[in-house]
Design a protein around this ligand. Structure first.
Ligand SMILES: Nc1ncnc2c1ncn2[C@@H]1O[C@H](COP(=O)(O)OP(=O)(O)O)[C@@H](O)[C@H]1O
Ligand SMILES: [Mg+2]
Length: 235
């Protein structure tokens, strides 16, 4: 059974439909990417899965229907979401942002994980007391990911971490993320416009076009298929 099983997911804003019945799945510990151009519906997909906007269809976690649950209920069930634009609390320090991320856990566990994240991202350690809002885009993205992981999620929903970052910084973020997910056994559902970087990171990919999935396969299949790259990935 998949950890996450999405089927027939439909949603929109007002009378405008945006997603037209998506099917996708993520296995335990798996790294999966949804690729798509600007406006394809990537952010909407993650919002619908994490309960931020109303949707219809089915979202099952370990076989249990969770569609209609609130984001905080999903967090308790093990699903953390790093929204587009990162969602760190700019008026709090790096350390306090991380502590907020672990609010459902014991202070001993939080302290232990804090030290681990400061090792994963030494730049956060150097900036422990700095306000999140005054950090660079790359540092804020690292903080947003670390903060989401402070809840020890089984599944991380990650919205376009590459946005506004230099490719080298994005690669660094993905590399660290891959190490940590392997270590913790967490799964990641990433949505990205940057197919090049994302296909290096993920094991499996879906291509979303105008609210429908048009192609899916292993990352290496998609990387090796020139027709798909030309038609859908702009490579
Ligand atoms: N809050 C909103 N209200 C109305 N329409 C929206 C809203 N957010 C997104 N949309 C529309 O939904 C479509 C998909 O947007 P989005 O999911 O943000 O795409 P992506 O993340 O792939 O760039 C776009 O046409 C966008 O204009
Ligand atoms: Mg988006």
């Amino acid at each position: 059974m998949s950890l996450l099983e999405v089927s027939g997911l439909r949603c929109g804003y007002g009378i405008v439909e945006v997603l037209f019945g998506l099917d996708l799945s993520v296995a335990e510990g798996e790294l999966v990417v949804v690729l798509g151009a600007n406006g394809a519906g990537k952010t909407t997909t993650l919002r619908a899965i994490s309960g931020m906007i109303p949707a219809s269809g089915s979202v099952r976690l370990d076989g249990t229907e969770v569609l209609g649950r609130r984001p905080d209920q999903l967090l308790s069930a093990g699903v953390a979401h790093v929204p587009q634009g990162r969602g760190t609390i700019s008026a709090l320090s790096v350390e306090d942002n991380l502590r907020v991320g672990g609010y459902q856990r014991s202070s001993a566990e939080v302290t232990e994980d804090l030290e681990m994240w400061f090792e994963v991202f030494p730049r956060l350690s150097e900036r422990r007391t700095q306000l999140a809002g005054s950090m660079s885009g790359g540092e804020q993205q690292m903080l947003a990911i670390a903060r989401a992981f402070m809840s020890r999620p089984r599944l991380l929903l990650l919205d376009e971490p590459s946005l506004g970052l230099a490719p080298l910084v994005t690669r660094e973020v993905f590399d660290r993320l891959r190490d940590v997910t392997q270590q913790m056994g967490s799964a990641v559902l990433l949505v990205e416009q940057n197919a090049n970087l994302a296909l290096d990171f993920a094991a499996r990919a879906y291509v979303l076009e105008a609210g429908s999935i048009v192609v899916s396969g292993s990352a290496s299949e998609l990387q090796g298929d020139e027709a798909i790259q030309k038609a859908y990935l702009g490579l």
